[in-house]
Design a binder for this molecule. Structure first.
Ligand SMILES: CCCCCCCCCCCCCCCCCCCC(=O)SCCNC(=O)CCNC(=O)[C@H](O)C(C)(C)COP(=O)(O)OP(=O)(O)OC[C@H]1O[C@@H](n2cnc3c(N)ncnc32)[C@H](O)[C@@H]1OP(=O)(O)O
Ligand code: NDP
Length: 561
């Protein structure tokens, strides 16, 4: 810009907004760039970006958004492993044909030309990248997004450590060889420090020095590791959160050599708006719970009605991630001299909703149930009617009455008709899964998310629209409705045109329930009441008591009139 634009405080009072629409960067060290900065798409234009975990839930959304919103990006190098008999090229080409990429396909049918798969197994030495590929990546990569991880809660510690910590270390080593690297963005989780109630945007001391743990576990037998895992993870609920905390520590160890951002999303849910509302492709986190409840299988779960459900839509997380990559790069230490002047700490972004726009598990339950009644899933087991409770005994009672008892009856009917019983097996798996989630739905946490607000204030108005992560704009009931529809359309591949048939099926289930309840009453009457004088007396006593109460209330309401 040739003219010096005037400066005014922006809407949030956090950044300085230039009148030309661009934002001047007042960075955390207080250094202000003397020129207006490139917008996010301008920054990514001509850049080579490396992405791990691109075939995963968040990775796919990242690839799609980068290609669609930053069409001038030069190339996306995806570290992918062959899997389930498919080559990595085949996997990437399958991924690009999925519905998620429909919008980008419309605007740029040749988008696949920008995607370069690189064969890599992250658990292998050197990430199993060929020397030629290492050379290529070292020479050309400008930005790294590290999304790959094992997110299983029951992962054996050795494997979780191998992927979430050691692979991160190896990727950082590779990043240090990259001659033109401008930003390294690491995806962590807001629950890495879930042993704390209040979580700031800082890297906390790790539960153990990662190197010491890696060295010790190396010689240990798997069974020994399994035995000592509970002692090691201590007050964290699983190996996932434990190893993600260690990963933050190994990332921190490189913060004086690389320009690093750490993104900590809370519970990542279906998309809010982009590329389509409600896009989701897996059973992780709440999605599996919603589906199981929508199918009428899950009727009870332990959760605190009043605890904050810190869900964050995947598109908002990805928008923040891309913006953080841009911010880290434009504020990078460019020269040796600047290395001494610029801040040396990685910037952490807690990407959460609870502190700004809270919504509670009780409200989620209500909206999920009403949404699935309006838009039922096909072939439901029972009518959707799930309740959450924080009471352990109450939950156990409902598990017995609403899960195990119907499963036994259903399996009995299957056996009678010569089929293999399956419902009890399904319930056992469901109980295992929800048992692992209950830790997160039974309590709440408080995250400071000032860096998210700071970053938002640094964007141009145009970038704020394109890379929107303003969680204040989330309308929860609408979001949950789209989320439930998304599970139906994109996870279960059910057709929306089948909704009338699904409603008809629910009516049939209701009639079956009425018939069953009537038969049960008749049966109880016949077996217990009609045969025993004492049961009959108790029955008549209860009925006459009810009548007395009714006449008393009728009489007292007449007097008050
Ligand atoms: C009462 C209803 C009202 C609703 C309101 C209340 C809702 C409360 C919801 C509370 C949710 C709280 C969620 C908190 C999560 C916070 C965590 C922090 C966020 C993160 O950082 S990471 C993301 C979270 N990670 C996960 O969610 C992974 C959890 N999953 C696992 O660890 C394993 O999958 C699990 C559950 C141990 C199962 O292992 P396994 O038995 O080996 O099965 P597979 O994983 O191989 O899967 C086999 C098959 O089943 C499908 N599947 C997986 N999970 C579910 C599920 N929950 N429901 C139904 N089906 C599921 C899976 O896709 C596989 O299918 P295939 O077709 O591929 O075979
Ligand atoms: N989903 C959520 O709710 C949250 C996720 N996060 C974080 O976000 C990131 C992405 O999560 P999400 O997309 O949900 O996870 P997914 O499980 O959907 O994706 C994981 C990705 O990692 C890749 N990967 C796993 N193992 C290897 C390996 N050995 N070699 C190469 N690649 C491998 C997978 O590839 P492949 O397809 O080959 O298996 C996949 O692309 C993770 O770091 C997670 O910790 C943080 C908070 C919440």
């Amino acid at each position: 810009m040739s003219t010096e634009p005037s400066v005014e405080r922006d809407l949030d009072g956090l950044g300085e907004q230039a009148t030309d629409g661009h934002t001047r960067l007042t960075d955390i060290s207080g250094v202000t760039e003397g020129r207006s900065m490139a917008s996010i798409p301008e920054y990514y234009a001509g850049k080579n970006v490396l992405i791990t975990g691109a075939t995963g839930f968040m990775g796919k959304v990242l690839v799609e958004k980068l290609l669609r919103a930053c069409p001038e990006v030069r190339a996306l190098y995806l570290l992918v492993r062959p899997k389930a008999g498919q080559s990595m090229e085949q996997r990437v080409s399958d991924m690009m044909t999925c519905k998620l990429f429909d919008r980008v396909r419309e605007v740029n049918p040749d988008f696949h030309l920008k995607i370069i798969p690189i064969s890599s197994e992250l658990t292998q030495p050197g990430l199993a990248i060929s020397p030629e590929d290492v050379e290529k990546l070292s020479a050309c990569i400008n930005v790294v997004f590290h999304c790959a991880a094992t997110i299983r809660f029951d992962e054996p510690l050795k494997h979780a450590l191998q992927l979430n910590v050691i692979a991160t270390q190896q990727l950082l080593s590779l990043a240090k060889q990259m001659q033109h690297l401008e930003a390294f963005v690491h995806i962590s989780t807001a629950y890495a420090n879930c042993n704390r109630k209040h979580i700031d945007e800082v890297i906390y001391p790790p539960p153990v020095e990662p190197k010491k743990l890696i060295d010790s576990l190396e010689w240990m037998d798997d069974s020994i590791v399994r035995d000592i895992t509970p002692r090691l993870i201590g007050d964290r609920p699983n190996t996932y959160t434990y190893t993600k905390a260690l990963a933050e520590c190994v990332v921190q160890q490189e913060q004086d050599k690389l320009n690093i951002a750490i993104i900590r999303p809370s519970i990542v849910g279906a998309s809010w708006q982009e590329p389509v509302p409600g896009w989701i492709d897996n059973f992780n986190g709440p999605s599996g719970v919603f589906i199981a409840a929508g199918k009428g299988i899950l009727r009870t779960m332990r959760a605190n009605n009043d605890a904050v459900a810190d869900l964050v839509p995947v598109d908002m997380v990805i928008n923040l991630t891309l913006a953080a990559g841009w911010y880290t790069a434009v504020h990078r230490r460019k020269t040796e001299k600047q290395k001494d002047e610029r801040p040396k700490s990685a910037l952490v972004y807690n990407c959460t909703t609870g502190g700004i726009n809270p919504f509670h598990w009780g409200q989620i339950e209500h909206h999920v149930m009403s949404s699935f009644k309006r838009n039922p899933l096909e072939q439901a087991f029972r009518r959707p009617n799930a309740n959450i409770t924080s009471n352990y005994l109450m939950n156990q009672y409902w598990i017995l009455v609403s899960h195990k008892f119907p499963a036994l009856i259903y399996d009995f009917v299957l056996r009678l008709s010569g089929q293999k019983p399956q419902m009890m097996r399904i319930f056992n798996r469901l109980h295992k899964a929800i048992g692992l989630l209950e830790y997160f739905s039974s309590q709440d946490w408080e995250w400071n998310s000032e860096n998210m607000s700071m970053l938002m204030s640094q964007l141009t108005p145009e970038d704020r629209r394109t890379f929107n992560f303003d969680v204040r704009q989330l309308n929860w009931p609408e979001y949950i409705e789209n989320y439930c529809i998304g599970t139906k359309k994109y996870v279960l591949n059910e057709d929306m045109s089948d909704i009338p048939a699904a409603r008809q099926h629910l009516r049939k289930l209701r009639n079956i329930r009425y018939t069953f309840n009537t038969l049960l009453v008749v049966f109880i009457w016949r077996v217990f009441i009609a045969r025993s004088q004492m049961a009959r007396n108790i029955w008549y006593f209860v009925v006459s008591l009810c009548f007395k109460f009714l006449s008393y209330f009728r009489a007292s309401s007449t007097i008050t009139k």
